[in-house]
Write a protein that binds this ligand. Structure first.
Ligand code: ADP
Ligand code: MG
Length: 700
């Protein structure tokens, strides 16, 4: 009995080898179990028969009953269309067919009552039905209790092979009655009772063939819960596995480096959020297992000093530390910042990037080997080269987006006991994604800005407000400020975008004539040297305006630049807009962000603009971004594939995911290897669906 669900689909009554091949190919359905898990994408309500006069919407499926007459054929010599009238007690409505005409012509008897089901369409201000489903009317149909019918996705190819949604529904029905007894529960009783979940077998039955909407809801709830539960079990299983079995250096002490810095060299009081995340990190570091933590904090939230203090803990424990940045410019900036912060402390720091000279490189290598060098800052040269530390205790990775999972893995490989890893990102991750896509990492959030930070004032302007915009920019330049003007280049190779940029540049030259104004320009098709030259003019304050493409997104820190103008702002996604806005607001002055668009905007673009105007909070923006674009688009960065839930929904299930995650955590805390009799059932289902053993001690 156990294996009934593993039967090949071919053997289900009504399938056979030919249909089986189609189901394999088109829907990835190979077994009974696969078909069982092929859920309808919606249900139609067949519980009610409408009157013809009630039809008032061309988006709803209606069921009506009546007689069919007045059948007319059109087209000669070849039939092209047939129309007919369906009449009930209240009125008459037209039916139309374009296909299967010969058959339709002889299909209907004049005094027979028929049951029609279909979506009304509106044509010439009248409603009609095109290709409705029609059956002989049978009053008994309405007492059989199966009022909601599942609608299944099928492909065009399948329809031509007679495997439309109705055929699938029929196969599913056959299957359900055959396997009902074989659908085994996967939750122990204590979970079913506590969560008031219906049985698995009832849920599968009712998601396909619900007797009413309430049953359907209970079934969806149950199966959705199950889906999230086992997904979280996998994530937390991995996480706990690491915590229990992957050794890490225990950083037991907080000693002179940390304490001296904290007491004597801290340039400003830490925010509460900074203190909290340092505490969270310290807890990981002391645990004796390897830390894998994600530190999220918006641009300017003060991640650098957190990174530094964490590295000092490594030093306190006799280890070295590494800080990795995505670009040479950022690495150099980190070196500069950290050297200043540690000015009066005896800490040896060096910078290693792709352009470090061989002689300097040699000195660095020696310093790393002898442990004289304590903190190494750099680009991925840190991992790609033959860099050997004596005792690397922690690696901090700034801007995780540029470093993939694969690179992180490479760092692990180099060491018997892997160093702790702290990944910092300025791209806030929506909560549901943090719990799913990043659910195997620990998570810290700096959700508070340092005091005194002025919000960037953001306005949305239409093209007809250009003159005002230019007047405003002139005033700002008059105050001594600098300005970014950004153009979208979706792909740097796109010609049209480049033309846009050049035209924009030329019109700016007319609006801001030399010698009073100086404009520089940077875009992706320039040579590196030219780019650098133009950039330097802006950095040194020789140019008032920098016209640029998104190359400045991850770039230098220019506190005097206080205005960000974004042209064609509607062409940018929310997180990109937010990142761009983060380029300003770094100095003491009030900063501004102007979003320029045409008047005509999609509703979605309007919402993006409104969100930017309303808030500076990156976490809030990330949530809206997720809603607008869906999980597939927002974080196209994680290299492993996107999560696809069958019933679960990242946009709607935040509360449920959080709840389930908590529950799974509790279960694993109490019984990490699922050894208790009650939990056997969870373990065996886990092993079945993930095709791997739960037993950690056997994992090498
Ligand atoms: P990010 O999180 O973007 O890396 P940084 O670490 O570069 O942010 O910090 C941004 C600026 O805020 C820096 O100039 C830093 O010195 C300053 N800063 C950080 N923390 C505080 C704080 N607690 N109080 C005041 N200023 C702070
Ligand atoms: Mg930073």
């Amino acid at each position: 009995m156990n294996n009934l669900l593993d039967n090949k689909i071919e053997f289900l009554k009504g399938v056979g080898p030919k249909r089986a091949a189609i189901l394999n190919k088109e829907l990835n359905i190979y077994t009974y179990n696969d078909l069982l898990n092929y859920f309808p994408f919606r249900h139609i309500d067949k519980s009610r028969i409408y009157n013809v006069t009630e039809i008032d919407n061309d988006n709803i499926y209606y069921q009506i009953a009546g007689r069919i007459d007045n059948i007319k054929s059109f087209g000669s010599p070849r039939l092209t269309r047939i129309t007919a009238n369906l009449t009930d007690e209240t009125g008459t409505i037209e039916l139309v067919w374009f296909k299967g005409l010969k058959w339709i012509k002889t299909r209907f008897l004049p005094n027979q009552k028929y049951l029609l089901f279909g979506k009304a369409s509106s044509f010439n201000n009248k409603f009609n039905f095109v290709h409705p489903d029609i059956e002989d009317f049978n009053p008994d149909d309405f007492t059989q209790g199966e009022s909601l019918q599942g609608v299944y996705n099928t492909t065009e190819m399948m329809k031509t092979q007679g495997l439309g949604t109705k055929s699938i529904a029929k196969l599913v029905k056959t299957l359900l009655f055959q396997v009902k007894e074989s659908i085994q529960e996967v939750f122990p009783k204590y979970i079913l009772e506590k969560e008031t979940l219906i049985s698995r077998s009832a849920a599968y039955f009712n998601i396909h063939l619900p007797s009413d909407p309430h049953q359907l809801q209970l079934s969806v709830n149950r199966l959705k819960f199950e889906e999230h539960f086992f997904f979280q079990l996998q994530l937390l299983h991995n996480k706990k596995n690491r915590e229990l079995y992957v050794k890490g250096y225990p950083f037991k002490v907080v000693g002179k480096y940390f304490n001296d810095f904290y007491a004597n060299h801290l340039p400003f009081p830490l925010t509460n959020a900074q203190k909290r995340v340092i505490r969270e990190i310290r807890q990981d570091l002391g645990a004796g297992t390897q830390m894998n933590r994600l530190l999220q904090g918006d641009v300017g939230s003060g991640k650098t000093i957190v990174a530094l203090m964490v590295m000092l803990i490594a030093l306190d424990n006799g280890f070295q530390a590494a800080l990795m940045a995505p670009t040479e410019i950022l690495a150099a900036q980190h070196l500069d910042t950290i050297q200043k912060l540690l000015e009066n402390m005896p800490v040896e720091i060096a910078l290693l990037t792709g352009s470090t000279k061989a002689r300097q490189r040699k000195i660095i290598h020696e310093g790393l080997q002898s442990s004289k060098l304590q903190i190494l800052i750099g680009t991925h040269a840190l991992i790609e080269e033959n860099v050997q530390f004596k005792q690397l205790g922690i690696t901090v990775i700034d801007e995780q987006h540029r470093f993939g999972v694969a690179q992180r893995a490479r760092m692990q490989e180099k060491h018997d006991i892997p160093p702790h890893i702290l990944v910092m990102t300025a791209t806030p991750i929506p909560r549901t994604l943090a719990m799913t896509q990043y659910g195997d990492l620990n998570n810290s959030r700096i959700d508070e800005m340092p005091p005194g930070r002025k919000m960037v004032e953001t306005r949305h302007l239409y093209q007809n407000q250009r003159l005002q915009m230019i007047g405003f920019l002139k005033k700002q330049i008059g105050y001594g400020r600098q300005i970014y003007i950004v153009y979208p280049l979706i792909r740097e190779s796109e010609k049209l975008d480049l033309i846009n940029l050049m035209e924009g540049y030329e019109s700016l030259l007319r609006d801001f004539p030399e010698p009073d104004y100086r404009i520089c320009m940077v875009h992706g098709q320039m040579k590196a040297a030219d780019k650098d030259f133009e950039m330097q003019r802006f950095v040194k304050g020789q140019a008032h305006i920098m016209v640029a493409t998104t190359v400045i997104e991850v770039g230098v820190n220019i506190p005097n630049a206080s205005v960000m103008v974004i042209e064609h702002a509607d062409r940018f996604g929310l997180s990109q807009l937010h990142q761009l806005r983060g380029r300003v607001g770094r100095g003491a002055d009030q900063s501004y962000c102007l979003l320029m668009t045409d008047f005509k905007l999609t509703a979605e673009a309007k919402r993006r603009m409104a969100t930017m105007v309303r808030t500076n909070d990156g976490f809030e923006i990330a949530e809206v971004d997720l809603q607008l674009r869906g999980p597939g688009e927002t974080q196209g960065t994680r290299q492993s594939g996107q999560i696809e839930f069958k019933l679960g929904n990242l946009l709607q299930d935040e509360k449920l995911i959080k709840y389930v995650r908590h529950l799974v955590n509790q279960i694993l805390d109490d019984d990490p290897q699922l050894l208790k009799p009650d939990n056997q059932i969870l373990k065996s289902h886990f092993e079945k669906i993930f095709k791997k053993t739960f037993d950690w001690s056997r994992i090498s």
